[in-house]
Design a protein around this ligand. Structure first.
Ligand code: HEM
Length: 169
């Protein structure tokens, strides 16, 4: 009798285990690895009829969404051919916008192929000129202040001198 009970539980556990393994295999088969693009491939999709965006390392084909986008299609087209993460985040999109995005996800991008955003830096010579200009402007401002103090003193001095000479004569 005891043997029968043990056998029953053994079979039950085996069945559950097989079901679990099979379902995990199915899930694994259903979710293949996302496609990995290089930047140049993504950047080619840069017009009204074919528009792909890179946001947080993911690639979105937003072509069907261009007309619907509440911010307009132009901003989306301007965000192609670059990492649009900052643009997307600066707007402060809502949670529903982030959920909406998932519909357009087509894969990931190899971030090492994506050009870094260029921040403007004036050339060395220009910045040196700018420094010189600033320091010369500062020195002329302090000269004016000194003169503003000295000139009235000079006028008062001359006036006293003339008065003194007039009295003497
Ligand atoms: C897959 C990508 C994107 C999706 C799904 C998306 C979706 C949305 C949605 C649903 C809104 C309405 C407001 C909200 O719910 O946050 C919105 C607004 C807006 N989006 Fe996007 N967006 C995307 C990418 C971008 C990008 C790259 C830019 C570039 C700057 C952008 C600029 C804007 C602007 C300017 C608004 C209007 C904000 C306002 O008027 O308050 N979006 N977007």
């Amino acid at each position: 009798m005891a043997w029968l009970v043990v056998n029953f539980f053994q079979r039950l556990i085996c069945k559950k285990l097989t079901f679990f393994l099979n379902s995990s295999l199915i899930v694994a088969e259903m979710a293949p690895d996302p496609k990995l693009f290089v930047f140049d491939e993504v950047a080619k999709h840069n017009h009204q009829r074919d528009c792909w965006l890179i946001i947080s390392g993911k690639v979105y084909d937003v072509t069907p969404f261009l007309e619907e986008h509440p911010g307009g299609d132009e901003v989306l087209l301007l965000a192609t051919e670059k990492d649009a993460t900052e643009d997307f985040e600066t707007v402060g999109h809502s949670l529903s916008a982030t959920e909406e995005m998932e519909k357009y996800y087509v894969g990931n991008v190899d971030m090492s192929t994506v050009p870094k955003p260029v921040s403007y830096r004036p050339p060395a010579s220009q910045s040196a000129t700018a420094t010189t200009t600033t320091s010369s402007a500062q020195s002329s401002a302090s000269l004016i202040k000194v003169l503003q103090f000295l000139i009235p003193l000079l006028i008062i001095g001359v006036a006293f001198y003339l008065q003194y000479r007039g009295k003497k004569q």
